[in-house]
Design a protein around this ligand. Structure first.
Ligand code: PSV
Ligand code: MN
Length: 430
């Protein structure tokens, strides 16, 4: 019998924190009421929000230099689902997982879907992987995949993406996320235009294989592993590609895939206007694609992204239904703790952005009152919404303090016993 955290245990832990939470929630409710805001309505919004967790996120990540595996790491997709189930059980904000193929390949996908359902999980977008070679693979991706100069390598990469769509259909997914590592390390190595043309050609074949209700999410990334030029390097290239492909192709924004100081919230606004925002891979960064925990370095930036999203939601922007997902690498923490913490930070930004007085903001902007506009944004951002987040979790059967409850449960130590280390030392980014 594998260890799981019981609802009774969560209830017992919650009881110790319930009185203080009720007091804080009441106090915040009075504060918000003075601003004309209904805490119950805001709490309902928090209860309705969800962000997907990547299956690869529950394993310990790594850098180009090393990976330091933690105890009780998941050994396969079934273990990963178990850990993802715990994240949702305690946070009540992550009911879907996003699988990556071939990392999560199994022989029976209906069994996998059932297994996920047994942890109260569903499947979000499926991710293809043509940035690594797999054992026995015929054509190498060393010099590219969907944009490779060799047609046979491109064909193989297209086939893999079509297979991901097939798998995704069996899992109940409705989107394919494509990120390619293709690019060049030397000026002269590759022709910018020819590589982009080949991208469009390959993606058109994948696009043609999309089922009726499916979307393809194109993910841009400035650099790494290509260090001179990446084929889909920025939102401009991404937007060009998505526009040429058609309405089922949209642009996915991974927060770490931009140059430092890029105004990502403005990019988000542009993509919303163009009806091309696919959704997000949330994480945080200081220098590049650091894949740090969401909101850990620059929570204000995360809030400003959500400010654009809530603005679009409130004005009923057409064709606006972004997919929310976390994409992080956890090198020095327990991944379950990091993912719980990140889900909370994402939800915090969403709830804070929901508190912006939109009518007053519009009036300030129309009057060109810069300070008033800024103060309205800051008023929402500096509101401590922790009691709303905790109360939303409590009402959904989650933990008032999820990381504390996770630690108290002894889950990791139990898994360390149940999942003996294989002794394999893997290095590098996952
Ligand atoms: C690439 O850096 C990326 O952000 C893509 O989303 C990949 O699928 C993911 O990381 C996992 O390596
Ligand atoms: Mn990503």
């Amino acid at each position: 019998m594998s260890f799981s955290i019981s609802a009774d245990f969560i209830g017992q832990e919650n009881r110790q924190a319930e009185a203080a939470l009720a007091e804080d929630f009441h106090h915040l409710g009075r504060q918000l009421a003075r601003r004309g805001l209904d805490i119950e309505a805001t709490t309902r919004r928090a209860m309705d929000y969800a962000v997907a967790v990547p299956t690869w996120g529950v394993g310990t990540g790594g850098t180009r230099f090393a990976r330091f595996p933690g105890p009780g790491e998941p050994r396969n997709i079934y273990d990963k689902l178990e850990d993802c189930g715990v994240i949702n059980q305690l946070s009540r904000a992550t009911p879907n997982v996003s699988p990556h193929f071939p990392w999560d390949k199994v022989s029976d996908y209906s069994a996998l879907r059932q297994q996920a359902a047994s942890h109260a999980l569903g499947f979000d977008a499926v991710n293809s992987n043509t940035f690594q070679d797999q054992p026995g693979q015929k054509h190498s991706y060393k010099f590219g995949s969907l944009t490779h100069a060799d047609k046979a390598a491109r064909r193989q990469a297209v086939e893999h993406n079509l297979e991901c769509i097939e798998i995704g259909q069996r899992l109940g997914s409705t989107a394919l996320t494509v990120w390619i590592a293709d690019g060049s390390n030397f000026p002269g190595q590759s022709n910018f235009t020819a590589a982009f043309d080949r991208y469009i050609e390959s993606l058109s074949e994948i696009y043609a294989g999309l089922p009726k209700n499916w979307l393809v999410f194109l993910e841009h990334k400035l650099y790494e592993p290509a260090f001179y030029a990446t084929v889909i390097s920025d939102w401009g290239s991404n937007f060009m590609a998505a526009s040429e492909l058609g309405p089922k192709a949209k642009c996915l924004v991974d927060l770490g895939h931009h140059a430092p100081n890029t105004n990502i919230e403005q990019i988000v606004a542009r993509l919303i206007r163009a009806k091309k925002l696919a959704g997000f891979h949330f994480n945080d960064s200081k220098y590049g694609d650091d894949d740090l925990d969401s909101g850990s370095v620059d929570p204000f930036r995360l809030f400003l992204v959500f400010n654009e999203l809530v603005d679009a939601e409130m004005r009923h922007a057409p064709d606006f239904a972004p997919a929310y997902m976390i994409d992080q690498s956890h090198n020095v923490t327990d991944p379950i703790e990091s993912l719980i913490g990140s889900a909370i930070e994402i939800l915090r930004a969403y709830v804070q952005a929901s508190l912006v007085d939109r009518a007053a903001l519009r009036a300030a902007q129309e009057a060109s009152d810069a300070m008033a506009g800024h103060r309205l944004i800051k008023q929402a951002y500096t509101t401590d919404v922790a009691p709303i987040l905790a109360e939303a979790r409590r009402r959904k059967g989650g933990a008032i303090d999820p990381i504390a409850v996770y630690r108290a449960s002894g889950y990791r130590a139990e898994k360390a016993r149940e999942r003996p280390s294989s002794g394999a030392v893997a290095a590098g980014i996952v």
